[in-house]
Design a protein around this ligand. Structure first.
Ligand code: NAD
Length: 478
């Protein structure tokens, strides 16, 4: 594969104070935002504390706070198409996937508006000479650091509950996709969120992100991104004794038993790994198929994989769009080379597409690899691209041993018509989310997060709100 290291001749050096976003579908400039540096962090944190102390937000009644949160959700929906189009240019994700993410962002604000209104402290009855109550209080200023793969969705998933809990939020979007966070800020201000309660600092992770995590005024950090970055952030948070929520990487097993509905399983396996070009934390990147049906199933899968339509993200027929950048595509290609080197057989893909309209973009063909063992590096490390490795298993014990033989524990999928077996496997798999006869479904009220190296803490649901508040117990003498 020809190695292209730059998609554009845009003069980055001439734009020191700007963060330029590149459309990975064509290498064109997708937009620019003001670039922050570590020096901006102090002022931003101070503004956040000033806003918090002013109590124009944390001092509101819950129904008043809920009204603004709901209005933010409605504001997002009112601009649904233009936000999806912007996210498509920023991230390269297919337009229809971007629409889904915009809806999900709005859903987060709607849900946490409702939850905010129902929040109440717990009161224990009088006991002798006192009674006591437990209250949830905000931390004050929290930093939310997000990745590039689902920008507006990840940003809303943090900002909505953090604001609902009464905090001032500093959002640090990925430098690859900085634009949506500013749109969210604009919509929040239009909806009536007091100034300073939400701020956006777009800049490099190791500069602005690290400075935020280290800043004494930041009292909690919520991070979504890679496991190595999460580990570094967690170490600093540990030193500072501040709470941290970490949503990290995955290497999720997708399991097909011999008694599965194979047609449905095939479709789910394909969308489970190739949706979002594999750039999904819950991508089902390790396929386990029972040995009795392995050959036939993998042959059909290879056939279908070769037919997947790789196209520009605004093409209505697109199934797989580009990766986030040429640099990331090279990383994915290197893993495929490694798989070849480790003895893997490439049954489909394994190269960029040939179509001329895709040549300027970071496209890579959906790739299926056979013939490796679960200990191969491509089975153990998160590739975050359209690369699926197929592995056979003999029985439940063999399956559980292989599926759990990973540092990660984010998701798992099981296809079987035997519900007792599905239950046994679901309980034995070490993962935060398990899908049975479906895959990658996500409900705002159902907690989401990882076991093992996939993270700490749970987003979504009531758990997602609890992340952003600390408990205070008050005793009253009678
Ligand atoms: P990344 O870790 O490189 O970056 C994520 C964010 O952290 C970015 O905003 C980046 O600027 C910032 N950052 C980088 N270094 C930092 C530092 N030292 N201190 C503070 N901030 C820093 O991840 P990415 O490449 O943007 O995203 C891909 C990863 O995200 C994958 O591993 C994927 O699995 C993971 N992810 C997880 C979930 C989940 O819910 N578990 C969801 C989406 C993505």
């Amino acid at each position: 594969m020809a190695t292209q290291t730059s998609q554009t001749n845009y003069d980055l050096a001439a734009n020191k104070n700007k963060l330029i976003s590149i459309n990975p579908a064509n290498g064109q400039v997708a937009g620019e935002v003001q670039k922050a540096t570590a020096q901006d962090v102090d002022a931003c944190v101070q503004t956040a504390w000033d806003a918090f102390h002013h109590q124009a937000w944390s001092g509101l009644r819950q129904d008043q706070r809920a009204t603004v949160l709901y209005a933010i959700g409605q504001g997002i929906l009112a601009e649904r198409e233009s936000l999806a189009a912007l996210q498509m240019r920023d991230s390269g994700k297919p337009y229809k996937e971007c629409l889904h993410m915009v809806d999900s962002a709005a859903g987060n604000f709607r849900y946490y508006a409702a939850v905010c209104e129902t929040l109440q402290g717990a009161l224990t009855p009088a006991r002798g000479e006192y009674f006591s109550m437990a209250l949830a209080e905000p931390f004050g200023v929290v930093a939310c650091i997000t990745p590039w793969n689902s920008p507006i969705m990840n940003e809303a998933q943090k900002a909505a509950p953090a604001l609902a809990a009464g905090n001032a939020v500093i959002l640090k979007p990925s430098e690859e996709t900085p634009q949506l966070a500013f749109e969210l800020l604009r919509i929040a201000q239009q909806a009536g969120l007091p100034t300073g309660m939400l701020q956006v600092l777009a800049g490099d992770g190791e500069d602005v992100g690290a400075a935020l995590v280290k800043h004494a005024g930041v009292r909690m950090v919520s991070f979504t991104g890679g496991t190595d970055t999460g580990r570094a952030i967690g170490a600093i948070a540990g030193q500072r004794l501040i709470p941290v929520a970490l949503e990290l990487g995955g290497k999720s097993p997708h399991i097909v038993c011999e008694d599965a509905d194979q047609e449905k399983a095939l479709a789910a396996v394909i969308s489970g790994i190739f949706g979002s070009a594999g750039q999904s934390c819950v991508a089902g990147s390790r396929l386990f198929v029972q040995r009795t049906i392995y050959k036939a199933f993998v042959n059909s899968l290879a056939e279908r994989t070769r037919q997947i339509r790789v196209a520009l993200p605004d093409d209505p027929t697109v199934q797989v769009g580009p990766l986030i950048s040429l640099k990331h595509r090279q990383r994915v290609a290197n893993y495929v080379e490694l798989a070849r080197h480790e003895g893997g057989e490439i049954l489909a893909g394994g190269m960029p597409p040939s179509g001329s309209e895709l040549q300027q973009g970071a496209f890579y063909m959906p790739t299926l690899i056979d013939g490796l063992s679960n200990s191969a590096r491509v089975c153990q490390e998160e590739i975050f691209g359209p690369v699926l490795v197929a592995l056979p298993f003999d029985d439940e014990d063999d399956l559980i041993a292989q599926a759990n033989d990973t540092a990660f524990g984010l998701g798992a999928g099981i296809w079987t018509s035997d519900y007792a077996k599905a239950w046994r496997i679901a309980r034995a798999i070490q993962a935060g989310s398990v899908w049975i006869n479906t895959y990658k479904q996500s409900h705002i009220a159902t907690p989401f997060g990882g076991f093992k190296d996939s993270g700490i803490g749970r987003e979504k649901g009531i758990e997602g709100l609890k992340l952003y508040s600390q408990n205070k117990s008050i005793y009253w003498g009678l």
